[in-house]
Design a protein around this ligand. Structure first.
Ligand code: ADE
Ligand code: ZN
Length: 345
């Protein structure tokens, strides 16, 4: 139930409601591990290792980029300082501390073996052990549960994606629970990666891919047909074809929507113009995530606050979103039941 926008409410009462909404327990399904690295973390690691990071930061210390291709280059330059499993252990802990501070109780992180040992399986296993160690530690100390979704990078091409899918398939289990694809949607087609997605599916992994962030509804159709994914990263441009939207509703596909990311990168000029509410009203299962929070000057509590202020979503609406997210998580059923319990659902 949403609050009746005509119902009178004092400013203090409204601000109190916003604080309650910021503090709600949350589930995040779309977070790139390297993209969640605080800029200070990357800067100090670069300094320790004497790695030059020219052009990565603005004078105020934030990440510097003008548009999506430039964002991808800055992302990869920043990631270049992460060179060992221990670096990834520390990164995972730093990211989980931030997520837990935002009320996130369950998170699924996109991790690319391409950046963790160059896609080589034995190296990947060492990086994975280090991330799991951090995940276990944060589970105990912060009460946050993390699971990994291995992602290939679209602009690294289908051959590299096969190596990535092999890493995913060989380490699939209770912690690596999914396979996906990020990177430049304007390069190649979803179908080019069908072999890798087939390999991951056969290993028992659940599937997601970035689609309908930069290209239009046809890309979302391709993702569903050619890669047979259950979830779509972003997927927001599906709104440009109501027939597709109806199909997403009918088949129960879940969108990992990242409103702040879409606005900062210029997919939409502002949050009021973002289609998340239209998609939700038409019956699409939408979830809320941050994508690469420090790049986009956002965090889960900020996403909740901005959606509440823009679309008048109340606490009940966010509880519904969190439940949808938990139901769409790629984890096992015991973990899902525990997460739903933490949500009070
Ligand atoms: N990798 C990190 N963030 C991404 C985004 N928003 N789209 C595609 N690939 C990404
Ligand atoms: Zn993403």
């Amino acid at each position: 139930m949403t609050r009746d926008p005509n119902e009178p409410i004092s400013r203090d009462e409204y601000e109190y409601e916003i604080e309650l909404i910021r503090a709600l327990p949350k589930v995040e399904l779309h977070l790139h591990l390297e993209g969640a690295a605080p800029p200070g973390f990357i800067r100090s690691m670069g300094k320790q290792k004497s790695i030059r990071l020219d052009g990565v930061f603005n004078p105020d210390g934030s990440y510097a980029f003008r548009d999506f291709p430039h964002f991808l280059r800055t992302y990869e330059a920043a990631t270049s300082v992460l060179k060992t499993p221990e670096d990834y252990r520390r990164l995972t802990l730093a990211v989980l501390e931030e997520s837990a501070a935002n009320g996130v109780v369950y998170s699924e992180c996109f991790i690319s073996p391409d950046f963790c040992g160059g896609g080589e399986l034995n190296a990947w296993r060492e990086y994975l052990d280090a991330m799991r160690e951090a995940s276990d530690e944060a589970g105990k100390s912060l009460g946050i549960t993390l699971r990994g979704v291995v992602t290939c990078v679209r602009h690294f091409g289908p051959d590299q994606a096969k190596r990535t899918a092999l890493c995913a398939a060989e380490t699939a289990g209770d912690w690596i629970v999914g396979f996906g694809m990020g990177g430049d949607e304007n390069r190649g087609s979803q179908k080019d990666f069908a072999y890798s997605f087939d390999m991951a599916r056969e290993a028992g992994l659940a599937l997601t891919t970035h689609a309908g962030e930069w290209r239009g509804p046809r890309e979302v159709e391709d993702a569903v047909r050619d890669l047979r994914v259950q979830r779509i990263g972003h997927g927001v441009r599906a709104i440009e074809d109501f027939r597709l939207v109806d199909n997403l509703v009918e088949k129960g596909f879940v969108l990992e929507v990242c409103p702040g990311s879409n606005v900062t990168l210029g997919v939409y000029p502002n949050l009021a113009a973002h289609p998340i509410e239209k998609l939700r009203e038409r019956g699409v299962k939408v979830t809320v995530s941050t994508d690469d929070p420090p790049f986009f000057h956002t965090a889960m509590a900020d996403e909740y606050e901005n959606l509440a202020r823009t679309f008048r979503w109340d606490a009940a609406r966010f509880a519904e979103i969190a439940r949808t997210s938990a139901e769409a998580a790629f984890c096992d059923e015991t973990t899902r039941a525990a997460v739903l319990k933490r949500l009070g659902a």
